[in-house]
Design a protein around this ligand. Structure first.
Ligand code: HEM
Length: 324
């Protein structure tokens, strides 16, 4: 009698353990169908709010794409960049180079629409991942399937780690390769992801070293340098990365690099050193499809970076504050 009651309880225990393990594995692994049952309209809602926001304010498309990059680079893709500072913990968003990020209102609008449709279900980190994919498509670029199931961190990174975690516009090729390799992104991923600088704008402060004064890079195309200097007038001077098609997600970025018209030092450093790196830029400059494919692949790879082990996570109800 005693032995027959032991057997079923062992089986029950093993089953419980299996269920527990499956839950852990599920929590870690992202999948495109993650919200199939819990929020079947998630993709449609994100796309529709993105479309109307970008129609009203086209600049929101590059802004949201940049948000995704800045989120994933600091503590993984966990929406930590969206958290507001509190008297007890500083934010990531107020720290350079995040201070110039915009697009938060679009993420909030998408999240509100989703909370209406399927409350407490879709993480803010997934909202950024989907919205940035849709931003690229709205700018005429490629689209891809986004693995989902990310969770939102309850804490932001400290200001020092935020500053150190993001590449600088003054970085050279070696520094960029090292920065990206920390997220398991190789030189090819880095070169494809940098192609995002085919859209949007940069503040003069970030590129003046390349076009002005004693620091002026001798390799820059002189007429481009002159135009960029003109864009630097006034404290809020800004220039488009790609002067010809500033709001079109194409492969012009690589053609600009070959023409020595890269805006940031960290852009131009991707070309001119010779070897495989130059070959890659040359290939993307002539083969827009290869760029689109590699960019989509690298966005998925960047989107897989998890929050640090042990970080408490949740699905935030409001993207700018933890739940309680
Ligand atoms: C390779 C290292 C990178 C550096 C050093 C860098 C740096 C910068 C800087 C300084 C700006 C201008 C910000 C301003 O002045 O307002 C900028 C803009 C932008 N970056 Fe990057 N970035 C890098 C990689 C990326 C990646 C990987 C993506 C996305 C996949 C990205 C997407 C963007 C976009 C879309 C803009 C334009 C934003 C707008 O117009 O609102 N960047 N980046």
């Amino acid at each position: 009698m005693a032995s027959s009651s032991v057997v079923p309880s062992c089986v029950a225990l093993a089953l419980l353990l299996l269920v527990a393990l499956a839950a852990t594995a599920n929590g870690d692994e992202l999948s495109a169908g993650y919200y199939e049952k819990t929020c079947p309209n998630v993709q449609r809602v994100v796309r529709s709010v993105m479309a109307s926001s970008v129609a009203a304010q086209p600049r929101m498309a590059p802004a949201v794409l940049r948000l995704f990059f800045h989120d994933c680079f600091i503590n993984g893709c966990d929406a930590s960049v969206l958290l507001e500072a509190t008297p007890f913990s500083p934010s990531e968003k107020d720290v350079e180079p995040n201070a110039s990020l915009t697009g938060y209102t679009v993420i909030d609008d998408i999240k509100s629409a989703l909370e209406h449709d399927c409350p407490a279900t879709v993480s803010c980190a997934d909202v950024i991942a989907l919205a940035s994919r849709d931003a690229v498509a709205l700018l005429g670029g490629p689209t891809w399937s986004v693995p989902l199931g990310r969770k939102d961190s309850r804490f932001a990174a400290d200001p020092e780690s935020t500053k150190k975690g993001l590449p600088s516009p003054h970085d050279n090729l070696g520094e960029l390769v090292t920065m990206f390799s920390r997220l398991n992104l190789d030189a090819r991923d880095m070169t494809a992801l940098s192609g995002a600088h085919t859209v949007g704008m940069a503040n003069c402060l970030h590129y003046s070293d390349r076009v002005y004064g004693t620091d002026r890079d001798e390799e820059i195309d002189p007429s481009f340098a002159q135009t960029m200097q003109q864009m630097c007038q006034g404290p809020s001077g800004k220039a488009s990365f790609d002067v010809q098609t500033p709001m079109r997600f194409d492969n012009a970025y690589y053609r600009n690099l070959i023409a020595r018209r890269g805006l940031l030092t960290s852009d131009q450093t991707l070309y001119g050193g010779g070897g495989l790196q130059d070959k890659l830029v040359e290939m993307y400059s002539t083969d827009g499809e290869a760029f689109a494919r590699d960019f989509a692949k690298a966005m998925v790879k960047m989107g897989n970076v998890p929050p640090p082990k042990g970080m408490p996570v949740e699905v935030r109800l409001k993207c700018s504050v933890p739940n309680y």
